[in-house]
Write a protein that binds this ligand. Structure first.
Ligand code: UT7
Length: 330
């Protein structure tokens, strides 16, 4: 019997129009374009403006565009998985809301919370559904409205994040040499102290105190996270590369999470990859959490060829991290 592979057959993204530049940020907090470019590598990030707009609105736009682009009938989607840490609300799930907004009448779905590694965890989950043979069309969305949980009076956090959504269509294929090949995914809850959002959950339900203590904003011990992010992303990427006999000489792309240009460069150095094989758009969009990796796939779609080797890697709150080896299918 031929073994089924899960392949990405389309990708689409939604980016809000508003560009929050370093110049504008430096009027809000004590920072500068020079510091942000040197230490992080971000020039501007997109912000979702407008009353009543949330993660599901960005996700629905990405999904509608994906369906149109791939000529897919919304009624043919079996499952939608939404990787996000900024759901519209605790429940219903953002997957539920996106399905409704994008007309996915037959689909069921759920949210997946793995912060910046959300797209990777979602891709491996979708891989299992699709290769079971029971699911023919699965949509995976990475979407975050990080501006909703960012403190714009704190210069150590506000330059980092942006808002975006991107979606991929995943289908089964019997073809050799395409699809999701290998993964190495990890969690370590001891990292929760260094990167978290404490307020609003069952531990610290929303109260005047949680608001006063800014517990509804992302907290990050940047230095601590930086060190672990570099070593974990590089280790896991090199590991997946080595055990699949991939080399810098082969046609290998690195699709890294976009949190800090220095982290991306360090990982690429460990993998001995040339600059032109590393997808980087952090300067334009910043860290969009679960959306960074599919946003890269969307921007590089025209340059990718069938059979190209890709290593997708991320590190984020939890801690969560990992790498996936994927062979591009079109
Ligand atoms: O995606 C999830 C995973 N997250 C990450 O991977 C992020 C990992 N961490 C980082 O990317 C970096 O640690 C940051 C970009 C968050 C910070 O960069 P850093 O080089 O680690 O800076 P730092 O926190 O050590 O701060 C150095 C100095 C401090 O001043 P003093 O104490 O040396 O006087 C900060 O107060 O830079 C100061 N600083 C700033 N100065 C101007 C911090 N933020 C700013 C700012 N503008 N925006």
């Amino acid at each position: 019997m031929t073994k089924l592979k899960a392949v990405i057959t389309g990708v689409h993204a939604y980016l809000p129009d508003y560009k929050l530049t370093n110049e504008e940020l430096s009027k809000m907090v004590d920072t500068s374009d020079e510091w942000i470019m040197q230490r992080i590598g971000i020039k501007e990030r997109r912000i979702l403006k407008g009353e009543g707009l949330a993660t599901s609105d960005m996700g629905a736009e990405a999904v509608k565009g994906l369906l149109k682009k791939t000529g897919t009938n919304p009624k043919d989607i079996d499952l939608i998985i939404v990787a996000t840490v900024t759901p519209d609300m605790f429940f219903p799930s953002t997957a539920n809301l996106i399905a409704s907004k994008a007309g996915l009448k037959k689909s069921w779905g759920f949210d997946l919370a793995a912060a910046c590694s959300g797209f990777l965890f979602g891709l491996e989950t979708a891989n299992r559904f699709v290769t079971s043979g029971q699911y023919k069309k699965v949509i995976l969305v990475g979407a975050d409205k990080m501006s909703a949980i960012t403190d714009y009076t704190d210069r150590t956090i506000c330059p980092l994040f942006g808002d975006a959504a991107a979606a991929v269509l995943i289908e089964p294929s019997e073809e050799e040499g395409v699809g999701v090949i290998d993964h190495s995914l990890h969690v370590d809850g001891s990292g929760a102290v260094s990167l978290n959002l404490k307020g609003g959950g069952s531990l610290n339900p929303a109260s005047h105190e949680t608001v006063d203590n800014k517990m509804h904003y992302t907290y990050q011990d940047g230095k601590a996270v930086f060190k672990v992010a570099v070593s974990k992303m590089a280790d896991v990427s090199v590991d997946v590369m080595t055990r699949n006999n991939l080399s810098p000489e082969s046609n290998l792309w690195l699709v890294p999470h976009q949190a800090n240009m220095r982290i991306i460069e360090a990982v690429a150095r460990r993998m001995e990859l040339p600059k032109e094989k590393v997808m980087v758009n952090i300067h334009k969009y910043g860290n969009t959490t679960a959306a960074t990796i599919p946003l890269c796939l969307w921007e590089w779609e025209d340059q990718l060829k069938k059979g190209d080797d890709l290593i997708l890697t991320a590190f984020g709150g939890g801690y969560t991290w990992g790498a996936i080896y994927l062979k591009w299918a079109y």
